[in-house]
Ligand binder design. Structure first.
Ligand code: KIV
Length: 262
């Protein structure tokens, strides 16, 4: 699974052959520039889910439920999840935290739901920061119990974020739904990374669990700097990148029809 937030990112992920694309609420941080995910609204999430929907033809589309969109209870959760499914085209939603009642309500409304335990960024203030979870006997037991409860409640998969490898392995062994790890070691059934982390677009923070498969941030800066230098030096555009007037024989006129976005 990989995250994506717009049409082009979704196209790339789909063509690359991933099984699932998540419009994560990391949207708030990597795309919208917020410090954390807490301020993200349903409107913002819906806007991006619609764009990602247009870019996918194969992978399963999972939409994250923003902070505050399900915290008032099952009715609020189902109502907001229905918006993401009916208007956004999501095929499943993801819920952070061990919210058994909410997951049961979504599952019984026939909305496939992915659970998410461990370092759930929406619990930032409760955790007192972004810290590895599930360390120590009590925390370990609580996470195991919560994972079983998520499966019983009807979740179809479980994201495990920033927990010790051994605990993720034990959870993956104990429950029958797939676990998808991020900072949870290699024993999970699948893995997820944030698009901007995987491609090296986000270079401000580099968590231990991120592997950068490309350096697109550097490449983008170099390309834009080259464009700016060419414009300043009068090297862009060249004649073949411009249109001529057919009545003026001194300027070449392209034979092909003009192609624009509109
Ligand atoms: O918001 C997000 O991108 C996520 C993934 C990191 C699992 O929840």
């Amino acid at each position: 699974m990989i995250t994506a937030y717009d049409f082009q990112q979704a196209r790339q992920a789909d063509a690359a052959g991933v099984d699932m694309v998540l419009v994560g609420d990391s949207l708030a941080m990597v795309v919208l520039g917020h410090e954390d995910t807490l301020s993200l609204t349903m409107e913002e999430m819906l806007h991006h889910v619609k764009a990602v929907r247009r870019g996918l033809s194969r992978a399963l589309l999972v939409a994250d439920m923003p902070y505050g969109s399900f915290h008032l209870g099952a009715e609020q959760a189902v109502s907001n999840a229905l918006i993401l499914v009916k208007e956004g085209g999501a095929q499943a939603v993801k819920i952070e935290g061990a919210r058994r009642g909410v997951i049961e309500a979504l599952a019984s409304a026939e909305i496939p739901v992915m659970a998410h335990l461990g370092l759930t960024p929406q619990s930032l203030h409760k955790f007192g920061g972004f810290k590895v979870q599930g360390r120590g006997d009590a925390a370990r037991a609580a996470l195991l119990e919560a994972a079983e409860a998520m499966e019983e409640a009807g979740a179809f998969a479980l994201v495990l974020e920033c927990i010790p490898n051994q605990l993720a392995a034990e959870v993956s062994e104990r429950i029958s739904i797939p676990t998808i790890g991020i900072g949870a070691g290699a024993a999970c059934d699948g893995q997820v990374l944030v698009y901007h982390d995987l491609l090296g677009l986000e270079d401000r923070i580099a968590p231990r669990f991120v592997r950068r498969y490309a350096q697109q941030g550097t490449q983008a800066r170099e390309a834009i700097a080259a464009f700016a230098a060419d414009v300043r030096a009068g090297r862009f555009p060249a004649a073949e990148e411009s249109y001529g007037d057919p009545l003026d024989s001194t300027v070449p006129m392209p034979a092909e029809p003009v192609k624009l976005y509109g």
